[in-house]
Every structure is written in C-alpha cells, then in structure tokens.
Design a protein around this ligand. Structure first.
Ligand code: URA
Length: 193
C-alpha cells in the first residue's frame, strides 16, 4: 500500500504508543492541503480538538484563523498539526516520552507533504525540532535551517496571543502580525510546482 496522508492516518488508527491514549477521546491527526508548502505545528490538542478530532478548532484555533486571515491565508492552503496527536490531560505540556512516541507520525507527515517551511507555534514544537535554540521570544521570526533545505520559522503560539491581546508596537500580537507577513512573503516567493 502506498503511503499517503490518508493511509498514514489509517495506520495511526487508535494509537496506543503512549499513555495519552488512556485519556484522549480522539486522535487529532492534522488537516489541510497535502501539497502545502507550509506546515504549522502546534503543541497538542486541547479540549475542543479532543472532542472533534480536528486540530486548532477551539479558541486558539480561532486566533490562528485570524492570524492566517490577516495575510489572506486559509486553512486549506496550509497543513496544520501538532507535536502530539492526543490531548495531554488538563492541557499540560507533553512529556519528552510522549513527543518521542508520536514523532514518527509527524516525521512521516512532513516527509509526505515535503514543505519548504515549518511554522512552529510556541516553545514546545520549536524546541522539539531544534533542541538547542533559545526561547520563543528571542528566536521568533527567524528562518532556521532544519534537515537540509527545510526551514523552521518559530512564531508565538495563538494561546499566548489570547493571553496578551494588546496590540501596541512590540507586543506579542504586533510581532505575530509581522511574522505572518514574512510567512506570506515566503509562500509567494516559493510557489509549489
Ligand atoms: N493548541 C495546540 O497547540 N494545538 C491545537 O490543536 C489546539 C490548541
């Protein structure tokens, strides 16, 4: 059987590779364009995502839609997933063991989509992909080389923007709006064949 995102999703099935399987309702695999040039990676499903099986559909997802919309991007133009596919209880940060257990799925998704750019949302996905980098406040908005020709572009997590709604110069929201414009410019400069 040829591996595609759909067949990978079937293989993930009702995964029991880590203890998150015991408390989750749905595996949240990811969604969007299988030929997207940009993949957005969050931390892990929250409550609404766990209920629906879809990534970023709760309050953080609405904020992400708003950020994308600011540069005329829609969810179907990109691919959206998380470092872990199952909700950590109480929305805690996933453990290293949980992220390790789930990483083959993310790696396979990235290999199948083969994006040029990965937008990592917040510290958790950023430091998972690039363990030696500084915190998100320092490195957001930079294009960091990853596995050869790919780039990781860290941005603030939408939940952080929800907690910091002010939009004054230099605020998280102001910086996120600048960053998403860089993503848009990157997409325009790197159209998929
Ligand atoms: N937060 C995340 O990191 N991912 C989601 O899918 C939802 C909220």
């Amino acid at each position: 059987m040829t591996l595609t995102l759909d067949t990978l999703r079937e293989r993930v099935g009702d995964c029991t590779r880590c203890p998150l399987a015991e408390t989750r309702t749905h595996v949240v695999f990811g969604e969007g364009s299988p030929t997207a040039s940009v993949v957005f990676i969050g931390e892990g499903p929250g409550e609404v995502e766990d209920e629906t099986g879809r990534p970023f559909v709760g309050p953080a997802g609405q904020k992400l839609d708003e950020v994308l919309g600011a540069v005329q991007l829609t969810r179907d133009m990109v691919y959206i997933t998380n470092v872990v596919k199952c909700r950590p209880p109480g929305n805690r940060v996933p453990s290293k063991d949980e992220m390790s257990a789930c990483f083959p799925y993310l790696e396979a998704q990235i290999a199948l989509i083969n994006p040029g750019l990965i937008v990592s949302l917040g510290n958790t996905p950023t430091q998972w992909l690039l363990p030696d980098v500084d915190g998100i406040t320092k490195i957001r908005g930079s294009f960091l080389p990853w596995r050869g020709s790919m780039r990781v572009f860290p941005m603030f997590h939408p939940s952080y923007l929800l907690r910091n709604p002010q939009r004054t110069k230099g605020s998280p929201k102001y910086l996120a709006w600048q960053d998403i414009q860089r993503v848009r410019e990157w997409i325009d400069a790197n159209p998929r064949a």
